[in-house]
Design a protein around this ligand. Sequence first.
Ligand SMILES: C[S@@+](CC[C@H](N)C(=O)[O-])C[C@H]1O[C@@H](n2cnc3c(N)ncnc32)[C@H](O)[C@@H]1O
Length: 291
Amino acid sequence: MAHRPELAGELTGIGATALGVAFLRAEESRRADRLFDDPYARTFLDADGVARSVWTAAPASTGPGFAELMADQVAVRTRFLDRALLEAAGAGCAQVVLLACGLDTRAFRLDWPAGTRVFEVDFADVLAFRRTCLAGHGVLARCDRVEVPADLRDDWPGALVEAGLRPHVPTAWLAEGILYALPADAADLLLDRITCASAPGSVLALDHMEDSEPLRAARRAISAELVDLWRGGPAGDLASWLRGRGWRPALRDLGEVAAGYRRPVPPAFDPDRAGTGRGWLVTARLVEDRR
Ligand SMILES: C[S@@+](CC[C@H](N)C(=O)[O-])C[C@H]1O[C@@H](n2cnc3c(N)ncnc32)[C@H](O)[C@@H]1O
């Protein structure tokens, strides 16, 4: 997870991956049959100054580019995770933590139950970039929003508690677009820390995916740095990984969820194509107290 802090207005390294997601959310929001509307995603691209063509670059092999491979993955996961968080908040998780939130705008665009507090964790420069972009657009949070600048390799639970998180009441956690950027031991540590900061009844929502040659080629077409950012995430199967720490998981295959939204299987995860990987969307409920 190489990271070079920059002034707000320019994102590099892993922080720049948040711009790729924002690009796809902006594109999805233009569709008549969109799965969600993120009216702020375009603001980040306008501010960044990086040509949008970066994200649509096709690999030299003439295979599909990042946007083509990932557009439906991002659209489907965003819709699924929007619902998962709102359901958890509606069912009593009055505090929500968006880990590695990047340019996520859920605090501004979702209809949160009254009294919901949303904590947003990412590098300080990523949070500052988002704040600077949204300032001046009259964008108001629809919850009690708390930014928590932190490096997920450091003591981020301590930073959250200092910012007001109450570990003794249930929390809805989101780990979106982050697990595959972690080596297995860092993924384990992340889940251990989430678990230790969670009361029973907490909910964890996440996406995960396997790497594949088409995805590697698409990342290579953007930058060598992006190729190296992929570390694979948890070793072994996701359900056991979660169950072993007291969570009761519900795993959904990405293609299945896409079909439910009348979207094609995202091409990098289509089992009928050669060289593809699997993708999952997961919600899990903590059933044991591990604190
Ligand atoms: C692919 S983006 C996903 C952003 C967001 N979750 C979404 O899906 O829109 C990955 C995010 O992880 C953040 N990130 C990566 N490593 C991190 C770390 N060690 N500490 C804090 N944030 C990190 C990056 O800054 C970036 O915003």
